[in-house]
Ligand binder design. Structure first.
Ligand code: NG1
Ligand code: ZN
Length: 551
């Protein structure tokens, strides 16, 4: 491709987007994420990579600028593949290479990729959809992406401020030529809310269910977008929104949002205290959601991704049974899923559960192996995927008179439900509509929902070590292979506690080792977590102060 028409790529790189950071960064589970001021050249290069990916796949590709639940000075970028899914793993390595190569090697790297994938259509004017969250640094960084796209003669289409899942949806809509929905924001709201209203019917309440939810927008895009959603819902669901200072307030994700609520296990700032009122929080790019409430004694109760997953899987299982169609359904979790949720779903609901390593792409991938795959991370990121074959079966069955009227009603309901769901990726807005649909159908309030099972107390800890890569794991991160002897020590500690479980793994997004523990009481859980943390500290080269064991 050493072609004069691409001179702009290198001129731009040299003059406008020189590499300003020496240390390497890595395209991880959540793309690139770091301080916004260090990202300009990375964005430009991701614009280039997106064009190459689009030419290789002969499809529309997305680029989303966000740092999700991170604080405001950070930003980040992730690429969206043709079906609206995360960037294929083999290209993550290319993304890393593109980001880290010296300015004068950028041309060689582009040529290397073109050669490796034999990209011959270098003149195709491929479309790249660009979206961004509400961070003040986002518009500027979006311009860098657009410049990268233009430098390789791609066609950037800027969708402005959108949620991450909306951009994934747009990409899928574009690539299916509208079969998945209209690739516009209005199209998105219309698809989701039409299905939602259709299932709900004219009775907005049912049994213990009331159609009002208190919503924490994390001062981000999730707040901005819910305003449009509310209009489209036409009163079928009342969303009382808080934490909706959108841009420049400096409060994005601060003491609020899904990550704060889940990791601190605390009620967020800015929401009214109302006993037993159903509340939910989304994160900074609205791809995660958790529910919670405060009881009469102001005690905080969390309904995290595991709860949502069990609610959804249980309900779908019921409807599938009513359809009389043989469909295999599975729930995908990670090792962070609360043991009580796994037990409830396997023992009580009899839905098979698969456990995969942390990271949405692993969950998504596994969910694709079922006719209906439900996946959720405990932190509230998840969705449901229906295979094309399942959709075809439903379509056929809906026309088939050998099914009873009751069965056909269930089939129709399932078909409509699919349209409430954003299958491309976890989507806080769509997940909220799904949860509300199920609670409405069951006539449940938040305490009825919680009564399904009792979470085991759990604790997440971090330990800083010299090099977190010394920790290697297997069996979906549940077993630690190195450093030698660590797993044996963990086993000994765990065996002292009733319902004890613990595992350790290196974080993919921070320079730390994470420790997870659960046991039958809070006191035991805290002790087990600290004991395991101390073993990690001792055997894996801990730095700083050693973890203290509570007495
Ligand atoms: P790491 O840092 O690898 O544990 C965290 C979350 C993941 C996922 C990614 C991407 C936990 C324990 N880990 O990964 O679930 O969401 O961030 O954002 O919540
Ligand atoms: Zn997010």
């Amino acid at each position: 491709m050493a072609n004069n028409s691409y001179r702009t790529v290198y001129a731009f790189a040299r003059e406008m987007y020189p590499k300003t950071v020496k240390t390497d960064i890595q395209y991880g589970t959540a793309g690139f994420r770091t301080r916004a001021v260090d990202l300009e050249y990375v964005m430009y290069r991701m614009g280039l990579l997106a064009v190459l990916r689009a030419r290789y796949k002969k499809a529309v590709i997305g680029v989303m600028i966000t740092a999700s639940h991170n604080p405001e000075p950070d930003n980040g970028v992730k690429l969206v593949d043709p079906h609206g899914e995360m960037l294929e793993q083999s290209w993550e390595a290319w993304a890393t290479k593109f980001a880290n190569v010296a300015d004068n090697k950028l041309e060689d790297t582009i040529n290397e990729l073109i050669k490796e994938y034999n990209i011959t259509n270098m003149n195709d004017r491929v479309e790249i959809l660009v979206g961004k969250d509400t961070r003040p640094s986002s518009p500027h960084l979006a311009k860098s992406v657009v410049d990268g796209v233009l430098a390789l003669s791609g066609k950037p289409i800027d969708f402005g401020i959108v949620t991450t899942p909306q951009l994934h949806y747009f990409v899928k809509c574009r690539n299916t030529r509208g079969a998945y929905g209209l690739p516009t924001e209005d199209g998105y709201y219309k698809k989701l809310t039409t299905a939602f209203k259709n299932i709900r019917g004219s009775n907005f309440t049912n049994g213990n269910y009331t159609n009002r939810v208190i919503y924490d927008g994390a001062n981000g895009v999730g707040a901005k977008k819910v305003k449009f959603l509310k209009e489209a819902l036409q009163g079928s669901l009342i969303i009382d929104m808080y934490n909706d200072e959108i841009i420049g307030s400096g409060k994005l994700n601060y003491l609020c949002g899904a990550d704060f609520v889940k990791s601190q296990q605390k009620f967020p700032t800015g929401l009214p205290v109302e006993s037993n009122a159903r509340c939910c929080s989304v994160d900074g790019d609205a791809d995660r959601i958790v529910y919670y409430y405060l009881d009469e004694n102001n005690k905080f109760h969390l309904m995290d991704g595991d709860r949502i997953a069990t609610l959804v899987a249980g309900y779908l299982q019921e409807i599938v049974q009513q359809t009389g169609i043989d469909l295999n359904m599975g729930l995908v979790q990670t090792a962070y899923a609360n043991g009580a949720s796994t037990e409830y779903i396997t023992e009580k609901l009899k839905v098979p559960v698969a456990c995969v390593p942390t990271g949405v792409k692993h969950l998504h991938h596994k969910a694709l192996t079922f006719d209906i795959g439900v996946y959720f991370e405990a932190n509230g990121h998840g969705t449901v995927i229906f295979s094309q074959e399942t959709k075809n079966k439903l379509k056929e069955a809906a026309k088939n008179n050998s099914y009873s009227e009751e069965q056909r009603k269930a089939i129709e309901k399932l078909q409509i439900l699919i349209d409430v769901i954003n299958e491309t990726v976890g989507d806080a807005i769509s997940d909220m509509l799904l949860v509300e649909t199920i609670l409405h159908a069951k006539g449940w309030n938040v305490t009825d929902w919680e009564a399904c099972y009792t979470d085991l107390p759990n604790r997440l800890m971090k330990v800083t070590v010299k090099d977190r890569r010394v920790i290697k794991t297997k069996d979906a991160e549940r077993i630690c292979v190195t450093p030698e002897g660590l797993q044996k020590e963990i086993n000994t500690l765990v065996s002292k506690y009733s319902k004890g479980r613990a595992f350790v793994r290196p974080s993919g997004t921070e320079d730390i080792v994470r420790i997870y523990a659960e046991a039958s009481t809070r006191k035991e859980t805290d002790k087990l977590a600290a004991e395991v943390a101390l073993k990690v500290f001792e055997l894996a080269g801990g730095t700083g102060n050693a973890p203290e064991i509570p007495q």
